[in-house]
Every structure is written in structure tokens, then in C-alpha cells.
Design a protein around this ligand. Structure first.
Ligand code: SF4
Length: 207
């Protein structure tokens, strides 16, 4: 697998970009332009975008071109996701998006230190690669994927590390939803500072 050096770059490997509805977490239901960067070395066994892992499989696209396409969508929010976007220096990407008047949101496992200027940071830790501790203080949202019962205790570990005003979400892993959603519902009722997050875009059959 190819990973790029974390230096400030004008172009990044782009797997896909599209205008849709944010299906998860705090901004669930909001129109958003997604920029899915290629490249990920986290290796989640249940990953549903494994085709994103190999950065070399995706064309390098200029950040100004990405911002221009996002602007044409007419939406105000851009969600940068992957893959694992923090593998790269995102300073030039966020500066191009900001210059275009767009809100910058990111979804990351926090595997590497965050770069760039962000209006919203969704931190979704993964058991397969320990997050860099620098993400804890900048996360606006903690979204933990629940795959089995032991993940609740693991979620609490991170909840104790993020800021007090960080929004807390528990989201069933898609293939385990039938088994774990009832557990999540009970957990949230007993621990109401958490909220349920569902991947509603999958119910709407949109990307
Ligand atoms: S961090 Fe995201 S893209 Fe990478 S393996 Fe995990 S789920 Fe897949």
C-alpha cells in the first residue's frame, strides 16, 4: 500500500466526491458535499470502503479543483473523509475550501495528528490503530462504532478523554445492526449523555 509523505500538498488522491445527505452523527440529515480521499492504513476488519485503502489506486486531484466542484454543488458543508484523511497534510485543502466560503468538516479515526482548519471534527476511533492523543482536545463529536458488547467500555475510555462539550454518539456497525442496536438503545437510555447515530443514508439508498 502506498502512503504519501505528510507534507503540504496541492493535490491529494481522490477516490470520489459527491453531493448527498450526511447520514451520521451530529449533522445527520444535512446536505453535504463529500470528498473521499484514497489511502488508509488503519485496517478495520469490517471496513465498508476497503477500495479506498490503496492511495495509488486513486488519481491525484488538485485541491482547488476539489473546492471548485464542491462550490458548484450549492451546498455549504464539505465533509472530508476516506480512507483516513489525516494521513495527509490537509492545510491547502482546507484553505481552498475556506476561500470558497465552505464549512470544513472531517471524519477521522485520529490515527495521525490533524492538520488544516476545521469547523467540525468528527473523531471516530478504531481499535485497529491507536489514535494520536492530539485529537482529543479538538474533537467536536465522538462517534464510536459498536460491533460487540465490549465496545461500550471502550467508548467510555474515549469519552473521558475528549472535551466536556464534545457530542457523544454510539453507532451500530452496519452488519451487526440487528444484534447491537437494542444494546445501544438500552445503553443510551441508561447513559443519556450519549446519543444513537444510525447510518440513515443507507436506509435512503443514497451514497
Ligand atoms: S479507518 Fe475507515 S477507511 Fe480505514 S479501515 Fe477503518 S473504516 Fe475503513
Amino acid at each position: 500500500m502506498q502512503t504519501l509523505e505528510k507534507v503540504s500538498v496541492d493535490a491529494l488522491p481522490l477516490m470520489e466526491d459527491f453531493y448527498t445527505i450526511q447520514g451520521e452523527g451530529f449533522y445527520q440529515g444535512s446536505a453535504a458535499y463529500f470528498i473521499r480521499l484514497g489511502g488508509c492504513d488503519v485496517g478495520c476488519v469490517w471496513c465498508d470502503v476497503k477500495e479506498s485503502w490503496d492511495a495509488a489506486a486513486h488519481p491525484l486531484v488538485d485541491v482547488a479543483e476539489m473546492a471548485s466542484r464542491a462550490t458548484k454543488s450549492g451546498g455549504g458543508i464539505v465533509v472530508v473523509t476516506g480512507g483516513e484523511p489525516v494521513m495527509y497534510d490537509l492545510t491547502k485543502l482546507t484553505s481552498a475550501l475556506k476561500k470558497a466560503g465552505l464549512r470544513t468538516h472531517i471524519e477521522t479515526s485520529g490515527a495521525y495528528p490533524l492538520t488544516g482548519t476545521w469547523d467540525w471534527v468528527c473523531f471516530s476511533p478504531k481499535k485497529f490503530k491507536t489514535p494520536d492523543s492530539s485529537i482529543f482536545g479538538v474533537a467536536h463529536e465522538l462517534k464510536v462504532i459498536i460491533y460487540n458488547k465490549s465496545d461500550f467500555a471502550w467508548a467510555e475510555e474515549f469519552a473521558s478523554k475528549v472535551n466536556d462539550n464534545c457530542q457523544l454518539f454510539l453507532q451500530p456497525e452496519w452488519s451487526k445492526e440487528k444484534d447491537v442496536l437494542p444494546l445501544i438503545i438500552d445503553y443510551v437510555k441508561n447513559n443519556p449523555r450519549w446519543q444513537v447515530s444510525l447510518q440513515v443514508h443507507k436506509y435512503m439508498n443514497i451514497p
